[in-house]
Design a protein around this ligand. Structure first.
Ligand code: FAD
Length: 502
């Protein structure tokens, strides 16, 4: 028997396993479909764009998206101990304080506001120097690049200063609008996953059991509780007894498991051949994600040396209302990649001779849905983010593209910019270009969103409405996406939940 069963050893699951097993009286079991990562490429920061679609990537696909010219988008998700922190681009950014204050309002619980979350952010962070805003005693190393920053990226940051945007020390202060090198989850030149940072150091705890290579198939439900968890391993199927069950299988994995188990929208479940046990219509809805336009690609006037970091070295957050707006939440972002970066719709320009300005929308209003298509693990999910389905998103995307072109035209960038290849001077229909250039920024959230209303999938304490002994703790509970990459927020969610468990 076990007191706590954590399903999914991803970004959130590894932190939960660490924190909850710190109490020797609590028996914790962590279950993961993948294994401990062995491919050395995972740990080489520069390799991150190349390691998708390998066996440790779930490699999901969306349905064709009318908002992006009917394209199907690949969604990478880590299938390994460490989860998507084994695939991600290592950028550590919390988001703007207003993003979390909004969570406080949506959940009806001020515990999710920025000031209340700050100790939880800090508790996971291992910055070199401790400040009131930066934690130094947490397990996840956060480096702020200095000498390692690419010369092109330095010019890019200067370009923004020329246009009036502030230069920030990093993006984890109280203001986010401005340009800075990306703070990175890298130590001694190596990617650090949550598996490495939080789980490996505690693997010898006698009260912690880690089961890898085990896919969670279904929850057994009786009288409003989970009584057992059915898992599939290479050695066969088994059932784990459940005390408290925590779902940490991510934005895609959690709703799929719940739906396979008979939780969800009765119509969706009936169509998939699953009897409905618990009606929860909001499950799988509210799905949203950031996108980036890939990209404004420029010919370089001089050779572009390879990145010593992870290629995409700086994001500049800003307001579409004007470059003189320096406070409050941003609504658009432009990033500098010291390599070519294009969607599958365009031929890849030559590395070393080109660079890319990515551009995107920080708070998209498009909302989609994720559903199962059948009762089995092998039944592919139906993932429909409804990308670029609102005027807000399309308009903000155009504003972001204009800004990318503006910074490319600055004096600071003159030594680098040898002319625009994409969209290119001849491209008349920029909306059509964006539809073909937009790619996922890899931040899907909100399929089990927390909320104050009885309809919301989880309560503000992250307990699941409808099943007494189940909580959901990972990116799926995020009610509205913060402005930037979401990993810092996922770590804070896990840290906060564990701190509340006594
Ligand atoms: P995950 O980390 O995905 O964990 C879920 C775990 O559950 C996985 O280990 C999975 O194998 C397991 N699981 C799922 N289903 C089952 C099942 N049925 N049975 C057993 N186990 C199961 N964020 C940033 O902040 N900065 C970045 O630079 C950044 N770049 C990114 C780049 C890429 C390519 C990707 C994919 C993501 C990126 N992100 C980034 C996003 C960030 O990594 C994720 O949002 C975050 O890791 C999600 O954490 P999670 O705990 O919700 O889920």
């Amino acid at each position: 028997t076990t007191d706590v069963l954590i399903l999914g050893a991803g970004s959130a699951g590894c932190i939960l396993a660490n924190r909850l097993s710190a109490d020797p009286a609590r028996r914790v079991t962590l279950v993961e479909a993948g294994g401990f990562p062995t491919d050395p490429d995972i740990f080489d920061p520069a390799m991150w764009p190349m390691i998708q679609r390998r066996p440790y990537d779930w490699d999901y696909r969306t349905v064709p998206q009318p908002g992006t010219a009917g394209r199907v988008h690949h969604w990478a998700r880590g299938r390994m101990v460490g989860g998507s922190s084994g695939l991600h681009a290592m950028f550590h950014l919390r988001g703007h304080p207003a993003d979390f204050d909004r969570w406080g309002v949506m959940s009806g619980d001020a515990g999710w506001s920025y000031d209340a979350l700050l100790p939880h952010f800090r508790a996971t962070e291992g910055y070199a120097t401790e400040t009131p805003l930066h934690g130094a005693r947490g397990e996840m190393p956060v480096m702020i690049p200095e000498a390692e920053t690419h010369p092109l990226v330095r010019s890019y940051i200067e370009g923004w200063q020329e246009l009036g945007l502030p230069r920030l020390p990093d993006h984890n202060g109280r203001e986010v609008i401005g340009a800075a090198p990306n703070a990175l989850m890298i130590r001694d030149g190596r990617r650090v996953t949550t598996g490495e940072a939080f789980l490996r150091p505690v693997l010898d705890r006698p009260n912690l059991t880690v089961i890898t290579g085990a896919e969670v198939h279904r929850l057994r439900i009786a009288a409003g509780r989970v009584t057992g968890v059915e898992i599939r391993t290479p050695g066969g199927d088994t059932v784990l007894a459940a005390g408290q069950v925590i779902l940490s299988m991510g934005t895609i994995g959690d709703p799929l498991l719940l739906m396979r188990s008979g939780v969800g929208n009765p119509g969706v479940l009936a169509a998939a051949g699953v009897p409905c046990r618990v009606e929860r219509r909001a499950l799988g809805r509210n799905l949203h994600d950031h996108m980036l336009g890939a990209g404004v690609v420029c010919r370089a006037r001089k050779p572009v040396a390879p990145s010593r970091l992870q290629h995409s070295e700086s994001l500049a957050y800003q307001s579409s209302r004007g470059l003189d707006v320096h406070t409050g939440a941003p609504d658009i972002v432009v990033g500098c990649v010291v390599a070519p970066s294009v969607s599958e719709c365009f031929p890849m320009p030559a590395p070393g001779e080109t660079f890319t300005l990515l551009f995107g929308v920080t708070h998209p209003t498009s909302r989609g849905e994720l559903t199962i298509t059948g009762p089995d693990l092998a039944d592919a999910p139906r993932i429909d983010p409804r990308y670029l389905s609102t005027d807000h998103d399309r308009t903000a995307f155009r504003a972001a593209l204009d800004r990318a072109r503006m910074v490319a035209g600055t004096r600071a960038m003159r030594d680098w910019n040898g002319g625009e290849i994409l969209p290119g001077p001849g491209m008349r229909d920029l909306d059509a270009f964006i539809q073909r250039a937009a790619i996922t920024h890899h931040h899907p959230v909100a399929t089990c969103a927390m909320g104050a209303s009885d309809d919301a999938v989880v309560r503000p304490d992250l307990s699941l409405r409808g099943l007494d002994n189940v909580s959901v703790v990972d990116a799926s509970v995020i009610p509205a996406i913060p402005c930037g990459p979401i990993h810092a927020a996922v770590m804070a969610i896990a840290q906060k939940f564990a701190a509340g468990q006594g």
